[in-house]
Design a protein around this ligand. Structure first.
Ligand code: ATP
Ligand code: MG
Length: 601
């Protein structure tokens, strides 16, 4: 089989020129115009203010980052964020860091780290710049974070609070009520520092006390009411082992990670909007203290991707895996990047999807069909064509011997791709018996049915016109095969072959040369567009018909198909040879996406 061809898509320059603008592009363009970040230095690696000051003017015009927590496999929502961050960096002469946000010791795993690296690469992005690999892990910054915490303590801007968790919650107040100062809030820096060192040295139980930023217990933004920034947690970390028994809170760690990496535009989802004041407060303090370089990074929020019929939460996807509702993270029904890939999705399709849905500042739902449309569009120009009969019934051409003058088989051919004649032709043969789709025959046709029924003529695609003569049944009356006669001189591509007009064309494969294949048809994983609507458990909304396994026949050219190859099965849709189970002699194809207008013609 010929390998897939590049689609006749626009050149990269064309594509850039036609990208619609959005609020993030506006922000970056304005910063570039105003030279907001033009004076920055880059120390060649993440570091504090002094480290960067000793470096070079930053060769990267902007620095973005994609900061996944390695606690599961990435999904289509992350793909949106990857395309956005790496895409914007590429577009504006910058670089995007891949940063593992691994400050939470308990949930993370090396398996996930590797899968995330694979996913970003597969999507077509990299983190290299000027020979530097901008692949980082937040846990490498624990020492600096500790130093930053000590700085806040020493400058009177953080304190160790020993209130119980309940008291702390109660004293925080709520939207209608200001908070109340902790009795520990007025301790001296020296007392706080001594306590914090004890926390670090394991002198106190988990949860006995926390370090809090000292901001304003009456702030209308509850996130500024002395947020906790360090807690005691005896847990082994996959990178730092047992070195630490205190860990920074996410809201403290994240701005620091951005600042050490000299990120210019830190893009996150809308739920962090209320955290932005603390992000700025913290980095302003650390800039004042000369700990991190100025100007400090800025956070911008965009709407997360919500896709109908899909869950975009690593935790919930993990539940599907561990409860065996799917076969694994890479089950082709999963919205994970590994699942989509196995299903037959391409990086181009996912990039197109990310571009098409754009970025906005308000949450909304994207219809699943938008994603499918992107796959169809990107595969149409490149996927070689093939015929496959998914639900086979035998068609017997009863007058074959008379019409064909003793020949057992007749050669047929079809283009590998209708728009790429240069790719050549597929060859196969027609004989007295062929497989056709069961649904292409009706003994008593419903109105508007143009395919096989007694007395009707159709064309066998790339073959001859035939006339149906009836059904062949067993003693119990079950249909065993369909009978038809072949109309002489009608073979496609021969002179005068279209003299006999027909309304229907059906696909087929020869019984003598068809290749048996397992075909896996997928439907949406959930029956409800919003699997959790009305507080329902998503498990109850699983679609019991999301996988159907068929014993199909495919045309002989597919004997050369390799794992991951994509094809259009004519009239059916786009299929991918399964990355895991497909093998020569044991072909397995996954339905990636159906054709828009497959059936009924
Ligand atoms: P999950 O709940 O699935 O674990 P998360 O946001 O906690 O999601 P992270 O690993 O922390 O997962 O996310 C890494 C990046 O991906 C973050 O910057 C986050 O904003 C982004 N991201 C996660 N989910 C989505 C989504 N549905 N749409 C867009 N971006 C997302
Ligand atoms: Mg998370």
């Amino acid at each position: 089989m010929t390998s897939p061809v590049p689609s006749k898509a626009a050149s990269p320059a064309d594509k850039e020129a036609h990208k619609p603008s959005n609020f993030l592009r506006h922000i970056i363009e304005k910063d570039l115009l105003d030279s907001t970040y033009a004076q920055r230095f880059w120390g060649g690696s993440p570091g504090d203010a002094a480290h960067h000051a000793a470096g070079q003017p930053d060769p990267a015009k902007v620095r973005m980052r994609f900061p996944p927590e390695p606690n599961g496999y990435l999904h289509i929502g992350h793909a949106k964020s990857i395309c956005l961050n790496f895409g914007l960096a590429r577009e504006y002469g910058g670089v995007c860091h891949l940063r593992f946000d691994d400050t939470n010791p308990e949930k993370e795993d090396k398996e996930y780290v590797n899968s995330i690296i694979d996913a970003v690469k597969w999507l077509g992005f990299g983190w290299e710049n000027n020979g530097e690999s901008n692949l980082y892990q937040a846990s490498d910054y624990f020492d600096f974070m500790y130093r930053a915490a000590e700085f806040l303590i020493e400058s009177g801007q953080a304190y160790v609070d020993e209130q119980s968790a309940d008291d702390m919650r109660h004293n925080r107040g709520d939207f209608g009520h200001p908070g109340t100062n902790s009795p520990y809030r007025s301790r001296t820096p020296a007392e706080n520092l001594a306590r914090f060192i004890e926390m670090r040295d394991g002198k106190h139980e988990d949860g006995a006390m926390v370090l809090r930023a000292k901001i304003d217990m009456t702030s209308p933004n509850i996130n500024l009411r002395d947020p906790a920034i360090y807690r005691i947690r005896r847990a082994t970390h996959h990178n730092t082992g047992d070195k630490w028994c205190i860990y920074p809170m996410y809201t403290f760690a994240h701005p620091i990670e951005d600042a050490l990496e000299q990120i210019t535009h830190s893009i996150c989802t809308l739920e962090f909007e209320d955290q932005r004041p603390f992000y700025d407060w913290l980095l302003e303090r650390l800039c004042e203290g000369g700990l991190v370089a100025t100007p400090h990074p800025r956070q911008y929020e965009f709407a997360r991707l919500n896709l109908t019929y899909v869950l975009t939460s690593k935790r919930k996807l993990a539940q599907l895996v561990y409860d065996h509702k799917v076969t694994g993270w890479d089950d082709p029904r999963m919205p994970t990047i590994v699942g989509l890939r196995r299903r037959g999705y391409t990086p181009e399709a996912i990039q197109l999807f990310a571009e098409r849905i754009g970025v906005t500042k308000s949450d909304s739902w994207i219809d699943y069909s938008t994603l499918e449309g992107c796959l169809r569009e990107t595969l149409d120009g490149s996927a070689p064509r093939a015929m496959a009969v998914l639900d086979p019934i035998k068609l017997v051409l009863t007058n074959w011997d008379e019409v064909m003058g003793g020949a057992m088989l007749d050669d047929c051919s079809a283009p590998v791709h209708p728009h790429h004649p240069d790719l050549g032709k597929r060859k196969f043969q027609i004989g007295k018996e062929v497989w056709i789709e069961r649904t292409d025959f009706e003994e008593t046709p419903p109105k508007g049915f143009f395919r096989l029924f007694p007395g009707n003529k159709v064309r066998l695609k790339y073959g001859h016109v035939i006339e149906c003569t009836g059904a062949i049944k067993d003693e119990a009356g079950n249909l065993t095969s369909v009978a038809a006669t072949i109309i002489p001189d009608t073979k496609s591509g021969t002179p005068g072959s279209d003299a006999v007009k027909v309304k229907g064309v059906i696909t087929w494969v020869g019984v003598h040369d068809a290749l048996p294949a397992e075909v896996r048809l997928y439907e949406r994983l959930f029956v409800e567009a919003h699997p959790e609507a009305g507080g329902k458990d998503f498990i109850e909304n699983l679609n019991p018909n999301s996988l159907k396994v068929l014993n199909a026949f495919v045309e002989p050219s597919l004997a050369a198909a390799k794992a991951d190859d994509k094809f259009q099965f004519e009239r059916h849709g786009y299929f991918a040879a399964d990355r895991v189970d497909h093998a020569a002699g044991k072909p397995v194809f996954n339905l990636a996406v159906g054709l828009k207008d497959g059936w009924g013609k």
